[in-house]
Design a protein around this ligand. Structure first.
Ligand SMILES: [Zn+2]
Ligand SMILES: [Zn+2]
Length: 336
């Protein structure tokens, strides 16, 4: 086992026994340290939560205003029974943190979901030095190499314009928390009318209240007149792709924004007109940058293609191990 004795991979998730807390637990526990507000990291029913202030706001939205959540500001240290704990930006979505744990003369960094590419809606990924790293490996295959986000947004805009010239709506599936707001923050303000599926409204409002500059957009009403949607961009979560409201938009061009769009044939198999390679996770070179910049010599891999990356790291002389926990699909990259 590559993890130190004070950090264990349990059925409930990563457990720091001396601090008495789980990090991103998979089931209800007494004390949860939550890296970010996506559902596969932030479960309901925990006794207490610890999160960054931005994540705390999103947690209250998702899990209820009354949840007992303690906020810890970026870079501030909380000492839990001899364990020093602090949050540092992971660049994944708003509020997303890496958790730095220091105990018994050793530093371990739990990255949570991490992204090294630029994103105007959150603090940029900050390298954190440590002896060991618990790293997500969602897209840990050499085929995953993200294009420059600016080029992706230019393509997206061109696709929308082309549809608008044909008087068709553009229906873009993007995850409701994080991806959608990243898209809204990256569109030019005068690009045209933007509508939001109802599921996007609340998280988008939290981003706006936090002062993130996002394109104007309004909720897509069930009664929206079709002529209002001609030439509009409609953002909707992938899970809503077969809903009656989305089916009504039969004439719309359909596209999906995700790292999975880099896989050949994916777009065609899902009958999508366009695909935009836009991920909130690190690509293959990004994962190596995170490992290198951490200085870690021991890497414990969770999610995704962990075995593949573990083999590559061992071949490069690092100690690396893939988590034996059953893999859960990344909620924030789930296809339509
Ligand atoms: Zn996530
Ligand atoms: Zn995740």
């Amino acid at each position: 086992m590559i993890l130190p004795p004070w950090l264990q991979a349990t059925a409930s998730g990563l457990f720091c026994a001396p601090a008495g807390c789980h990090i991103d637990p998979r089931r209800p526990v007494a004390r949860a340290v939550v890296s970010h507000a996506h559902a596969d990291h932030a479960r309901p029913g925990c006794g207490r939560y610890l999160a960054t202030p931005e994540t705390a706001r999103l947690l209250r939205l998702r899990l209820g205003e009354a949840i007992p959540v303690q906020e810890l500001a970026w870079g501030r240290t909380l000492v839990l029974n001899g364990v020093r704990l602090s949050f540092h930006p992971s660049g994944h979505i708003r509020g997303a943190a890496q958790v730095r744990l220091e105990h018994a003369g050793e530093v371990w960094v739990v990255t949570g979901d991490v992204k090294t590419a630029s994103d105007p809606t959150c603090l940029p990924y900050e390298p954190v030095r440590g002896h060991g790293l618990v790293l997500e490996s969602t897209f840990a295959l050499p085929i995953f190499r993200w294009p420059d986000p600016a080029a992706v947004f230019a393509d997206l805009l061109a696709w929308w314009r082309k549809n608008a010239e044909e008087d068709r709506p553009s229906l873009l599936f993007a995850y409701a928390l994080g991806k959608s707001q990243r898209i809204l923050a990256s569109l030019p303000p005068d690009a045209g009318p933007v509508f939001l599926h109802g599921a996007l409204e609340a998280p988008t409002a939290v981003y706006r209240e936090d002062g993130v500059r996002l394109s104007a957009a309004r909720r897509l009403a069930a009664t929206e007149a079709p002529e209002n949607l001609r030439g509009a961009l409609i953002l909707a979560p992938p899970a809503a792709s077969e809903s009656p409201a989305m089916r009504r938009l039969a004439a719309a061009g359909r596209a999906f924004a995700s790292g999975w769009m880099q896989i050949r044939g994916f777009r065609r198999r899902r009958a999508l007109e366009a695909g935009f390679v836009l991920s909130d996770h690190a690509d293959w070179p990004g994962l190596f940058a995170v490992i290198r910049q951490s200085g870690a010599e021991r890497v414990f891999l969770v999610h995704g293609f962990a075995e593949e990356l573990a083999r590559t790291l061992r071949a490069a002389g690092l100690a690396a191990e893939a988590s034996a926990a059953e893999h859960e699909r990344e909620e924030d990259e789930a296809p339509p």
